[in-house]
Design a binder for this molecule. Sequence first.
Ligand code: 5GP
Length: 126
Amino acid sequence: MPYTYDDQNIFAKILRGEIPSSMVVETEHSFAFNDISEQAPHHVLVIPKGAYVCYDHFAAQATDAEIVDYTRTIGAVCKQLGLEPGAGGAGYRLIANSGAHAVQEVPHLHVHILGGRPLGRMLQQV
Ligand code: 5GP
């Protein structure tokens, strides 16, 4: 089933400048900003400027230029925050919640970059 993009979602409003955000990095195709409700000392959201609902939507329909830009922007934010393990940083976690089981709240693709403290195990043990 094709995705339907809701252009009234909160991140679409941030991209249009209708809602303020704390920008970290902006490129031709991507935008990174601080999460309003941070769950770690560093908690940045990276979104594509294009209208993609979630990761698989983006992977299937984004242009190569958008995908390269997005991937490199995530890397650039990790570098800017000093989190890269290869450069002496303590590491980070990327999360892209997609759909109901992942409890995706905002229907515009976003990758969370979390770091700045030990983050524990990947998933809560149930
Ligand atoms: P999800 O659960 O969809 O993966 O994550 C959505 C994230 O968006 C949450 O971490 C939430 O704190 C963040 N968020 C929701 N509304 C806003 C907002 O208006 N501004 C910013 N900067 N972050 C938001």
